[in-house]
Ligand binder design. Structure first.
Ligand code: DX5
Ligand code: ZN
Length: 218
């Protein structure tokens, strides 16, 4: 499978959101990565349903929604309604993760599970066959523009082994601090999807930056 780039809208210019959504539409990017933060699970608040609906109105690519919220179960059907194609919840925020994953799939979305940097891959052993994607956080969730945590490479390799051992098709997504400096090594370790926020939207030419990143990992 070809490797995917998912620009994180968190780093877009919210006063020019339609312009930035069109930029992603017309670029080599594959998905929109959409970060929802509640100020409880993480020490920051991003945006919610009205903004996601507004993005959906213009987005022509897969909507990859990353929930950094407590009680995600409460909002699963709402996220479907506002346009999520993939819904990722945090392992650390779900007491009944298996139930949550089944509820996401019952709504017709792909189910992802995100792991904080301190959470070992081994906690996924008994759920890996049920999920479509694992999002390995390569920064502590809550903010864009943080430095990549080097321990991530090891976790990607461990997850790749777990997926192969179970003979299942689960994507590996990396989220946080992704740049042209670590993209190759992440793909070599087994990653499938690279999220990039500040690296893309902070660049002078975001379209060219996406093209270069895509080229680098193809
Ligand atoms: C962090 C978010 C990330 C963030 C990535 O909590 O989940 O998706 O937007 O931003 P960069 O690429 O700037 O680290
Ligand atoms: Zn994210």
């Amino acid at each position: 499978m070809s490797k995917l780039i998912a620009p994180s809208v968190l780093a877009a210019d919210f006063a020019n959101l339609q312009r930035d959504v069109e930029m992603v539409n017309n670029s080599d990017a594959d998905w929109f990565h959409i970060d929802v933060m509640d100020g409880v699970f993480v020490p920051n608040i991003s945006f919610g349903m009205p903004v996601i609906s507004a993005i959906k109105k213009h987005a022509k690519k897969t909507m990859d929604v990353h929930l950094m919220i407590v009680n995600p179960d409460q909002y699963i059907s709402t996220f479907k309604k506002v346009g999520a194609d993939i819904l990722t919840v945090h392992y650390e925020a779900c007491t009944h993760l298996h139930r949550t994953v089944q509820a996401i799939k019952a709504e017709g979305m792909k189910a992802g599970v995100a792991l904080n940097p301190h959470t070992p891959i081994a906690v996924l052993e008994d759920i890996i066959k049920d999920i479509d994607m694992v999002c390995i956080m390569s920064v502590n969730p809550g903010f864009g523009g943080q430095s990549f945590i080097e321990n991530t490479y090891k976790k990607v390799q461990q997850l790749k082994h777990l997926i192969e051992f179970n003979n299942t098709e689960c994507l590996i997504e990396i989220d946080g601090g992704v740049t042209n400096k670590n993209a190759n090594q992440l793909i070599e370790a087994g990653a499938d999807v690279l999220v990039a926020g500040s690296y893309v939207f902070g660049a002078e030419d975001p379209t060219a930056t996406i093209a270069d990143l895509k080229q680098l990992i193809s």
